[in-house]
Design a protein around this ligand. Sequence first.
Ligand SMILES: Nc1nc2c(ncn2[C@@H]2O[C@H](COP(=O)(O)OP(=O)(O)OP(=O)(O)O)[C@@H](O)[C@H]2O)c(=O)[nH]1
Ligand SMILES: [Mg+2]
Ligand SMILES: [Zn+2]
Length: 229
Amino acid sequence: MKGDNAMGAKVITIEQNILKKNEIAARENRELFRKHSVLAVNLLSSPGSGKTTLLVKTADYLKKNLSVAVAVGDLQTEVDAERIHQAGVPVVQINTGTACHLDAAMVQKSFSHIELEKTDILFIENVGNLVCPATFDLGEYRKVVLLSTAEGEEKPLKYPPIFQTADCICINKIDLLPFIDFNIVKCRENLHKTCPQALTFEFSCKTGDGLQNWCDWLMHQWKVLQDEG
Ligand SMILES: Nc1nc2c(ncn2[C@@H]2O[C@H](COP(=O)(O)OP(=O)(O)OP(=O)(O)O)[C@@H](O)[C@H]2O)c(=O)[nH]1
Ligand SMILES: [Mg+2]
Ligand SMILES: [Zn+2]
């Protein structure tokens, strides 16, 4: 069947080339992060789950103890970078044009604007999308997926790859629980089924409830990385 479908075979080859190229750039990024002991965190979610809101709050908290920087990906605009700038940390906006995910080469370009040797923790806010960002390694140390209560508890079952490759899953907007039909018990079950490897946090970026545990985890990850030397 495959041999009969010349167009299909061509598409597969191109995709493999893109991923191969990305793998090389991701390895370079990983080596650079290691060299400068930078905890790089790739933050993924669907649009509007609260990635930028979380980064503003987290940067504000962590900057007392660590040098925080952010690279933020969006198709267009500098809206998110401007919001993060308000938190008083270095930020670079990466506009992807039409691409619905960040790749390792795009992240590499942001290094000319970020002083990696002076950075302890680099957050990379990926383009809002639960599908292909899962396929593109950016060279990060930790991959975090944010899921908001407004999206529905079945998302881990419907979009497994992004959850299965995550180190940590955060359920955001728990302040909305009294007003919506989101079943958090079912969501925990779905996460356990889909990604038993991932640690989970539940919080509200609006009220701040639960954010302390998340920030403590990040501090711990940073220490683990320093110990790995
Ligand atoms: N009620 C409530 N709203 C929240 C919470 N966190 C974020 N929001 C709101 O959700 C909306 C989207 O938040 P953003 O931080 O822009 O989400 P995002 O994931 O960065 O969105 P994209 O960059 O477009 O993918 C904003 O109106 C936030 O104020 C929360 O914990 N509770
Ligand atoms: Mg955002
Ligand atoms: Zn994409």
